[in-house]
Write a protein that binds this ligand. Structure first.
Ligand code: PLP
Length: 396
């Protein structure tokens, strides 16, 4: 090596982080998880479901490994899984996608969004999303020099303000990102709200990116509506979803994108550059789940989580917090105004110290200065852990 950094003066060093890299890199969610483990607490911070993987899914993945499905797959995934995803979209929503050209098996919905943003957005473009937002959505866009523009939803119902949505549209707006059911608010967008978003998208010729990872987690009489089913929306909607939550396999990194063929070539190209393909043996597990799990599996998933939601809400109310009732997903945002601390991060630390229950600071889901009296609790936990966490919260 002739160009050792030692030849440069320290002030002129070119060894530096990129413009986009954050200086101190640790997400608050992860920081809380570390602290929780140190204290032997119960972690309601991270959205990792502790619930068991369906037998069929687990067995098919293990069989696939033993059968030698351990090499790269086609960049958009194995035929069997693409077929199963297309069949699922048709069965659940009446959406018809060609499994050869309109389905991408991705490394999680996360990998799907990354590929979609690379394929369809340019630096300087603006993307509207709804606040409270999921941090990865914002950070993924920023990592591509795309500007996320938060449109606030009004607590505690998180209703869409159509005027605010329309006011946020500029000539640089290229897309609207919708997450329904939503993390962290649990909001399930109504048909009327989705119609209003679709109207704006059609009028201003925008893409809609829709993260439907919690599609089966809906409670009471809430209904998950796929915005791609609304008139004129299929061609401009990039549907992202996955198996992490439905099959409790967050670590498998397996999700998918369905969209019109004209966009999918470029999506596949960028997904290939980062991931080459989604984990090959695990694709067989997900395919078996889609093919073989009966409709009751999905209704039970919702009813089990609804019962967990009830227990969580009741404990939070008893602890003097004001939870807003989520219609979907598996998080509760609760007001923790009475907990010590100026900021939500301090309140989360105080709660952890007092009860051994870890939650996420609400500020993680808002622009700076907002969400400081909110905490987010995940209730996708085993009944044992959830009941223990609830008992501890009640002692507050
Ligand atoms: N989208 C939302 C809204 C989420 O809350 C999460 C996980 O917490 C993900 C995507 C991650 O999905 P995946 O594991 O498929 O990448």
């Amino acid at each position: 090596m002739t160009h050792s950094p030692a030849h440069h003066s320290p002030t002129a060093s070119r060894l530096a982080l990129s413009e986009l890299a954050p200086g101190a890199m640790q997400s608050e969610i992860r920081a809380m998880s570390v602290e929780c483990e140190r204290l032997g607490g119960i972690n309601l911070a991270q959205g990792v479901c502790d619930t068991p993987v369906p037998e069929i899914v687990e067995a098919a993945a293990i069989t696939a490994i033993k059968a030698g499905h351990n090499i790269y797959t086609r960049l958009d995934g194995i035929t069997r899984l693409r077929n199963a995803i297309a069949a699922k979209q048709l069965r659940d929503y009446g959406l018809r996608y060609d499994p050869e050209t309109e389905v991408l098996v991705a490394s999680g919905a996360t990998g799907g969004l990354h590929a979609a943003a690379m394929a369809l957005l340019n630096p300087g473009d603006e993307v509207l999303l709804f606040e409270p937002f999921y941090g990865y959505h914002v950070s993924t866009l920023k990592s591509m020099r795309v500007k996320p523009v938060p449109v606030p939803l009004a607590a505690p119902e998180w209703m869409l303000d159509v005027d605010a949505l329309r006011a946020a549209i500029t000539p640089r707006t290229r897309a609207i990102l919708v997450n329904t059911p939503a993390n962290p608010s649990g909001k399930v967008f109504t048909r009327a709200e989705l119609e209003a978003i679709a109207d704006a998208a059609r009028e201003h010729d925008l893409f809609v990116f829709t993260d439907e990872i919690y599609e089966y987690f809906v409670y009471d009489d809430a209904e998950h509506i796929a915005i791609a089913t609304l008139e004129g929306m299929r061609e401009r909607t990039i549907v992202m979803s996955g198996f992490s939550k439905t099959f409790s396999v967050t670590g498998w990194r397996l999700g998918y994108v369905t969209a019109a063929a004209q966009w999918m070539g470029a999506l596949g190209y960028f997904h290939d550059l980062t991931y080459v393909c989604a984990p090959s043996a695990l694709q067989h597990g997900a395919a078996a789940g889609l093919e073989q799990l009966p409709p009751q599996f999905y209704t039970k998933l919702a009813s089990d989580h609804q019962s967990k939601r009830e227990r969580m809400l009741s404990a939070l109310r008893d602890a003097g917090m004001e939870p807003s009732v989520p219609a979907g997903a598996y998080y509760v945002l609760a007001r923790a105004a009475h907990l010590p601390g100026e900021t939500a991060a301090q309140k989360a630390r105080a709660l952890l110290a007092a009860t051994g229950v870890a939650a996420v600071a609400g500020s993680a889901f808002f622009r700076p200065g907002r969400g400081e009296d909110l905490l987010r609790f995940c209730f996708a936990k085993t009944d044992r852990d959830l009941d223990e966490a609830c008992a501890r919260l009640r002692k507050l």
